[in-house]
Design a protein around this ligand. Structure first.
Ligand code: SF4
Length: 219
């Protein structure tokens, strides 16, 4: 069993997921900050509020008083912290020249720039790198750790960067074409989230699992 064979099994079973659910790349970036430690349904309400108020650009977010911004994103939880993080991100985004210029920087420069923003950690940065900028990066989250440790492919307590490199190097050794790699990473993360929420839950539903025949933890 390899990371790529698991991907193929999940994709065959669930089909394409068409992530990230957003109308624009900037909306992906905002959503990546807002989704920290909360359910996506709460993020959708916060984004709907921002859209209704016409606050859908970095300049408009920065022009709005922090308290008003916090009130709009309240459904996403921790709204004062997230308002501060959104403003930090928007300041950096504009200072870099916005999406147009950021689309031209190298993958590593883009990623390290995002990580330099206060409140943007590796998972948030990689959500943006993959889903807003279409760069080939593998996102590691708690669902990834749960599913792949049960499959016996990781130990689960490795550091973020270690795991990211493990997935990226193994999959890219088999997939050489850039766009194909981006598509696989895009679908793979969405499939892992779906599988971990629906089947490989805290209390797994192994009898319904498409990976069951290969899984050492199957019950
Ligand atoms: S067989 Fe069970 S433990 Fe293994 S991946 Fe499937 S749901 Fe998770």
């Amino acid at each position: 069993m390899t990371f790529l064979s698991v991907y193929k099994t999940l994709f065959k079973h669930y089909g394409p997921q068409h992530w990230w659910p957003a109308e624009t790349a900037f909306e992906v970036m905002i959503g990546a900050v807002l989704t920290q430690n909360t359910a996506w349904s709460n993020v959708e309400k916060a984004i709907a509020n921002l859209k209704q108020a016409g606050v859908v650009s970095a300049a408009k977010i920065l022009a709005m008083p922090a308290a008003d911004l916090g009130a709009l994103i309240r459904p996403a939880g921790c709204f004062n912290v997230k308002a501060r993080r959104l403003r930090n991100f928007c300041s950096w985004f504009l200072a870099q020249g916005g999406e147009k210029l950021l689309n031209n920087v190298d993958d590593d420069v883009l990623r390290s720039g995002l990580l330099s923003v206060n409140g943007v950690g590796p998972e948030t940065a990689d959500d943006m790198v993959l889903y807003a900028f279409n760069r080939p990066v593998f996102i590691i989250d708690a669902y990834t750790r749960r599913v792949f440790s049960r499959l016996g492919l990781i130990a689960a307590d490795e550091g973020y960067e270690h795991l990211r490199h493990q997935f990226e190097s193994q999959i890219s050794s088999e997939i050489k074409q850039h766009n194909e790699l981006v598509n696989i990473f895009n679908e793979y993360h969405a499939l892992i989230v779906l599988h971990a929420k629906d089947v490989c839950r805290k209390n797994p539903r192994c009898s319904e699992c498409c990976l069951r025949s290969q899984c050492p933890a199957a019950k």
